[in-house]
Design a binder for this molecule. Structure first.
Ligand SMILES: NC(=O)c1ccc[n+]([C@@H]2O[C@H](COP(=O)([O-])OP(=O)(O)OC[C@H]3O[C@@H](n4cnc5c(N)ncnc54)[C@H](OP(=O)(O)O)[C@@H]3O)[C@@H](O)[C@H]2O)c1
Length: 254
């Protein structure tokens, strides 16, 4: 497939990297100010004819980008990744092709994004197309059009989620370094621990997450000492408020 990405910022570049890595599709990355330099990805000012276009600009730039690329987008399937911008608003600004929203995350760059899709009118052909496109970047899930509002929660949880995990990784690596570990080893241990913990949780979807916590924390042991501090600081409440704040922000962006 020929895929055109409009916007070569953080997400657009991550998507292009992911498609290049997957190797099945030809990718054009449309820029506004500066062409990106990504081997195997063609930087363009205007999109050539493509099979699907992905909009990866800030919500406030959506209108301008759609106007600029309007003639090319006529009749072309369009997928918007812009947080908060509803299908109804997009539909007012483009003519033709199937229309969808996608909420991926930057892990797309390494084929590890779980992308949630929402397709106008739940069109089966459009759904098949966007699942194929975003399937090249990891897993996909679909929410029905009637539940489009769920994308605000998805944006808050998994769209922004990598940043929360990096904050945790950063803190863990610094804590290890403060205890005397070599910074490189501390970083590797933090990253590999999160990778391993996620792999185990993914391997056992039927096991409740609090049970996995108990499998590490024996009464009176080292993990309990740490968990006591995290609970005193209300880590759960803090994360809950953080994700809610992101969802509220997403709901106001459209
Ligand atoms: N970052 C993430 O992890 C993430 C995750 C999920 C969803 N998203 C969504 O993805 C979208 C982009 O986010 P981002 O973080 O990648 O923002 P960003 O880094 O600011 O990138 C946006 C890019 O769009 C370009 N642009 C604006 N108007 C354009 C036009 N008319 N034609 C071509 N390019 C144009 C900008 O070019 P200039 O260089 O001229 O400014 C900029 O490079 C947002 O709507 C966001 O909600 C982001």
């Amino acid at each position: 497939m020929r895929i055109g990405i409009i916007g070569n910022g953080r997400l657009g570049t991550a998507l292009a990297e992911g498609f290049r890595r997957d190797g099945r599709h030809m990718v054009y990355l449309a820029y506004r100010s500066r062409p990106g330099r990504l081997e195997g990805v063609e930087a363009v000012r205007e999109l050539p004819p493509v099979d699907v276009a992905i909009l990866a600009v800030k919500p406030q730039d959506v209108g301008e980008a759609l106007r600029q690329h309007r003639s090319r987008l006529e009749g072309t399937p369009l997928v918007s990744t812009a947080a908060g911008v509803r299908l109804a608003r997009l539909a007012e600004q483009v003519d033709g092709g199937p229309l969808a929203r996608a909420m991926p995350n930057i892990c797309a760059a390494v084929g590890a994004s779980t992308t949630v899709l929402c397709v106008q009118d739940d069109d089966p052909e459009g759904t098949r197309l966007v699942e194929e496109v975003f399937g090249a970047l990891g897993r996909t899930a679909v929410v029905p059009c009637a539940q489009e509002d769920q994308l605000d929660a998805v944006t808050a949880l998994s769209g922004s989620g990598p940043a929360y995990v990096y904050e945790v990784l950063h803190a863990l690596a610094e804590a290890g370094t403060a205890l005397g570990l070599d910074p490189e080893l501390a970083r590797a241990l933090a990253v590999e621990t999160v990778r391993g913990a996620a792999a185990l949780a993914a391997d056992r979807p039927a096991v409740p997450l609090d049970q996995l916590v108990r499998q590490v924390a024996s009464p009176g042991g080292t993990t309990e000492a740490a968990l006591g501090i995290l609970r005193d600081g209300d880590l759960k409440g803090l994360l809950g408020r953080a994700v809610s704040a992101a969802a509220r922000r997403s709901a106001t962006l459209g």
